[in-house]
Design a protein around this ligand. Sequence first.
Ligand SMILES: C[S@@+](CC[C@H](N)C(=O)[O-])C[C@H]1O[C@@H](n2cnc3c(N)ncnc32)[C@H](O)[C@@H]1O
Length: 217
Amino acid sequence: MPNTSYPPPDETVRARSLAKYRKRAASYDSTCGPTSSIRERAIAALNLRPEQAVLDVGCGTGLSLALLRAAVGEQGRVYGFDQSPEMLVQARQRADAAGWKNVELFECPAQELTLPTPVDAILFHYTHDILRSPLALDRLLAVAEHGAMVAIAGVKFFPRWLAPLNLWVYVKNHGYNGSPGELTSPWDRIAPHLSGWQMEPTQFGMGYLASGRLNKK
Ligand SMILES: C[S@@+](CC[C@H](N)C(=O)[O-])C[C@H]1O[C@@H](n2cnc3c(N)ncnc32)[C@H](O)[C@@H]1O
């Protein structure tokens, strides 16, 4: 009998996500204009300092890399990873073309990430599937220092009074994610690990921007 429980297991989500980004990768960057200011604000929320190490979770085509690198400087380190070869190849091309020596990219699922050094900050920018996977979160929080700054931006359902619009949010999200449900409070698995939690709606309520410090104690 197939497992019809929800959320689906990580392997199912992974297979769906890989298939979606295989198709989406070539045009992905052209769809990101409307969220570029959210990206900037999420990265600013990390309060990065020169020489820090930062992790770009599900870095995709690498649209956050330049800003992250500018914030940590030549002596800092930027790590990024993504499981989609078609997305990551573009991130690698971006880093190679710019000649960035302190940007290191890994092709792997979040659930299997290992890093050369622990990080001081983590960016989750539109990485819903990863936020919904307890295994992925455990792995990512393990590669960060206690007190690491974490910033998260993504899609959520509109508030209740705009509920009819949530069908559209669900369908839109379905185009990107292997596990498109659980949009009421997509942050609820990571929030308990963070202190100083702050969250604000974006995009008229169909998005959110959140941050906090990793509390490992
Ligand atoms: C909406 S894109 C966001 C890309 C990038 N963070 C950005 O802001 O442009 C989501 C990315 O997460 C990646 N992804 C989804 N699940 C993943 C997982 N379990 N491990 C690694 N990457 C994953 C996808 O391949 C895709 O590139």
